[in-house]
Design a binder for this molecule. Structure first.
Ligand code: URA
Length: 232
């Protein structure tokens, strides 16, 4: 694809605006400055002022969702994760892939790729999600064993999962389903209570530790490839 078309599609500019902007500098292709509007690009990672840009119409954003914000596209009264993105993303029709509770923090994928969202959310694909749960009480080994085998969270028995303790009241739990309030209900089922919950990994991708709550970035090429190709 011609580079000026790539830029105009990615940033919502006319071709001539894109050409002007390209000539001013600020674009890199695989790390090398690119100032030629007529250049051809094919698979390189294109960045503008350091941020990955993508023209294909598909956008994949990793957000560190802060507590207190809804995982929704809009809400009359409350702030949603889409409100945290700059206006330029408005034209892409982004939505969160699955939900985190209002008080849960961490990795939320935002995209406009409906097919990917469907694959990631489909129970048959057993996509892993890892959470750090701060608990109100210490979790003894017998309870870990029960949790890992599966617990009844109200008409549904959870699939086997992995629980590791990082300290006696902090559990790292990896589940493959995404039932409503699942992790909180799982700990309730073993007489505990989740005081704070953060998702640290999703569909094989780790939350970027450089993202503070409320910050986001587009997936890099490697991450995009990983998430797009793991569940074909
Ligand atoms: N499980 C929960 O209980 N809440 C979340 O937000 C995600 C998983």
């Amino acid at each position: 694809m011609r580079f000026d078309k790539y830029v105009s599609d990615a940033l919502g500019l006319t071709r001539s605006e894109a050409r002007e902007l390209i000539k001013r500098g600020g674009f890199t292709a695989d790390g090398r400055l690119l100032t030629a509007p007529a250049a051809h690009v094919d698979g390189e990672e294109i960045r503008y002022n350091g941020e990955v840009i993508s023209p294909v119409g598909m956008v994949y954003i990793m957000m560190n969702k802060p507590a207190g914000v809804l995982s929704a596209t809009e809400d009359k009264n409350q702030k949603t994760v889409l409100d945290l993105l700059p206006e330029r993303y408005g034209r892409y029709g982004l939505f969160p892939v699955g939900r985190l509770d209002k008080d849960t923090e961490g990795f939320l994928l935002l995209t406009n790729d409906g097919a990917l969202a469907h694959r990631v959310l489909s129970p048959k694909n057993k996509v892993g999600k890892t959470y750090i749960a701060r608990l109100s009480r210490e979790l003894v080994p017998e309870k870990i064993y029960i949790l890992e085998k599966g617990v009844d969270i109200g008409g549904y028995v959870t699939r086997p999962c992995k629980v590791e303790m990082t300290d006696p009241k902090t559990a790292k739990i990896t589940v493959i389903e995404g039932k409503f309030h699942q992790v909180k209900k799982m700990f309730l089922a073993v007489d505990n209570h989740v005081e704070a919950l953060k998702r640290v990994s999703f569909a094989g991708l780790e939350l970027d530790g450089a993202l503070a709550p409320g910050e986001y970035r587009e997936l890099c090429t490697k991450e995009r490839e990983k998430i797009l190709h793991t569940m074909q």
